[in-house]
Design a protein around this ligand. Structure first.
Ligand code: NAG
Ligand code: NAG
Ligand code: NAG
Ligand code: NAG
Ligand code: NAG
Length: 500
């Protein structure tokens, strides 16, 4: 079967890839000054240099009929490692090319020296170069069948066991899992499922509760709305009004022409379907801005100023007496700041949201199977047009695209749901500006299941390299995280010496 079905619903909820790609691409481009040679470059103060390896993994860890193997890519940086026995910081790769995460998880590089740690970045199957069936991996649902978080976690466990056996000096090394976003969910789940492999985990911006019936489906968009509400007078109100204004103008051919012209769209809006796509594109733009509302200028696929929401809100100040065109003129200026900051876009394309399409297919499949994350809006507590969560419609779309149907309740069964307090040694960090914090663990569950809050933080700001413009809250968060790493390492070493 082929994947060509329309996937509007999926696009509405499958932001994960978008956010990771934004995050990674952004930093990848930001490390402007890097001097390439082999696998190394210098970013700010730290020198990022690693070796690439491939490990032979079972395609299916859980059944015995499919006995094939594939090559999983992983990266190792042992420049700072104290051998024997120095700790290993293990990045549980998420939905993208692992070199992106390696190049852009500056925090790990920043602490490696102090901990005497080896850094390992393991690629998630079906992303980057780690393709279980090579070029056929995405060809049909049979080949996609082994794309699950459970299989990925098993890959990580087998890889760690092998590293410990094969690397001289690593036998006694305590391993700490870490990751951001879906990678953070994997880090947390990894500690829960394989406490024999890792002494603790840092789960940054990991919405492990964004699943069916764990958090209200509207919370995500409430956070997005709050970000705009606190960033400028009338800002959220203008966006809330803009949908009706678009509908009003779309009623006539001249209105459609005006909209297309005002927004500099590459392809003029012609019908209701185009207008729906246009609205969806705007909504996604506001969400993306909320995820990357960072305190310093960051270059995404296109550069953005510091605190980009405040910057766009300068255009969204119309009051109640404004006309539809006045409101939408503001919106078009705001959107232009996002897509045309350098002034080099000749037109705006509503099929593109600056995120590229790499890795998207893999995440779409995951969203269509295990990672069912209900989202909804009501237009009252959020600034979007009301849209209910419709599992059946979502399921039908998935079926049309991949020939499989999502299992809405599975995540709650297999990953512990909200009942995880019997686990230990996991830090859940969340940014107050990050919409994904709505599905995150934001209160302490026990002495060793710790929630770290970063009120001024967007999506896993703490994993990025230290920056002069970092707010104090993220500096403190990183210090707390580092102190837990040290504590876990000490605990592990103590247990080892007791065992001897
Ligand atoms: C990461 O850095 C390495 C070394 O400079 C480079 O070869 C690779 O292309 C980078 N990856 C990405 C996705 O930027
Ligand atoms: C849209 O059209 C209606 C009816 O003409 C009008 O009352 C309203 O002010 C217009 N704009 C908005 C944002 O509702
Ligand atoms: C992008 O900015 C440039 C420079 O301000 C402008 O000429 C161009 O029309 C803008 N593009 C769009 C699509 O508005
Ligand atoms: C808009 O983007 C889509 C997806 O990248 C592309 O296929 C299409 O050609 C683009 N349209 C224009 C007019 O640039
Ligand atoms: C959880 O506990 C830690 C350690 O006591 C503390 O630093 C942190 O602020 C607490 N988190 C929350 C959300 O209260």
């Amino acid at each position: 079967m082929t994947f060509q079905a329309k996937k509007t619903l999926l696009d509405r909820i499958a932001f994960f890839c978008i956010l990771s790609l934004l995050f990674v691409c952004s930093d990848a481009l930001k490390t402007q000054r890097f001097t390439r040679h082999g696998g190394s470059f210098t970013s700010n103060k730290i020198s990022v240099s690693y070796e690439t390896f491939y490990f032979e993994q079972k395609i299916d860890h859980f059944g015995f009929l499919e006995d094939g193997t594939y090559k999983q890519r992983y990266l190792v940086a042992d420049k700072y490692w104290h051998s024997p026995g120095g700790p290993i910081l293990f990045y549980t790769g998420n939905e993208g090319d692992i070199t992106w995460f390696c190049n852009n998880t500056g925090f790990m590089w920043d602490v490696a020296g102090e901990l005497g740690a080896m850094l390992v970045f393991a690629e998630h199957r079906y992303y980057g170069e780690s393709m279980p069936f090579g070029a056929d991996s995405f060809s049909d649902s049979k080949h996609l069948n082994y794309l699950t978080a459970e299989q990925a976690l098993a890959d990580f466990a087998v890889l760690i066991q092998n590293l410990k056996h094969s690397r001289t000096g690593a036998q006694q090394s305590p391993v700490i899992a870490m990751g951001g976003s879906y990678g953070g969910m994997l880090a947390a789940w990894f500690r829960m499922k394989y406490p024999n492999m890792v002494v603790g985990a840092l789960a940054a911006s990991a919405p492990i509760w964004q699943f069916t019936e764990m958090v209200p489906c509207g919370d995500f968009y409430k956070v997005v709305t709050r970000d705009f509400a606190i960033s400028g007078r009338n800002c959220d109100a203008n966006i809330r009004a803009s949908w009706k204004s678009i509908s009003n103008l779309s009623a006539t051919a001249s209105g459609l022409a005006w909209l297309s012209e005002e927004f500099g769209l590459c392809t003029p809006l012609k019908n209701d379907k185009d207008v729906a796509v246009f609205k969806g594109w705007l909504q996604e733009t506001w969400v993306n801005l909320a995820m990357v509302d960072y305190p310093y200028q960051a270059d995404f696929l296109q550069p953005l100023p510091r605190w980009p929401i405040q910057a766009v809100c300068k255009y969204l100040t119309s009051d109640w007496s404004a006309s539809d065109r006045q409101i939408l003129h503001g919106v078009s200026q705001a959107v232009n700041l996002y897509y045309n900051y350098t002034g080099s876009s000749s037109c705006l394309n509503t099929s593109e949201t600056a995120t590229g399409n790499l890795g998207m297919m893999g995440w779409d499949y995951q969203a269509c199977t295990e990672m069912v994350m209900p989202m909804c809006t009501d237009g009252v507590r959020d600034m979007f047009e009301p849209a209910e969560w419709n599992f059946q419609a979502f399921s039908d779309e998935c079926h049309a695209m991949f020939g499989v149907r999502p299992r809405a309740d599975w995540a709650g069964v297999v990953f512990g749901g909200k009942d995880i307090s019997s686990h230990s040694n996991i830090i859940f960090s969340n940014g107050g500006l990050d919409p994904w914090s709505s599905g995150g663990v934001t209160h302490n569950l026990s002495d060793s299941l710790v929630a770290v809050l970063i009120p001024e933080g967007a999506h896993h700001l703490d994993l990025r390299s230290a920056n002069d413009m970092d707010p104090p809250s993220v500096r403190e968060a990183r210090a707390v995280e580092l102190s837990y790493f040290k504590k876990w390492i000490k605990q592990a070493q103590k247990m080892q010496s007791n065992a001897v």
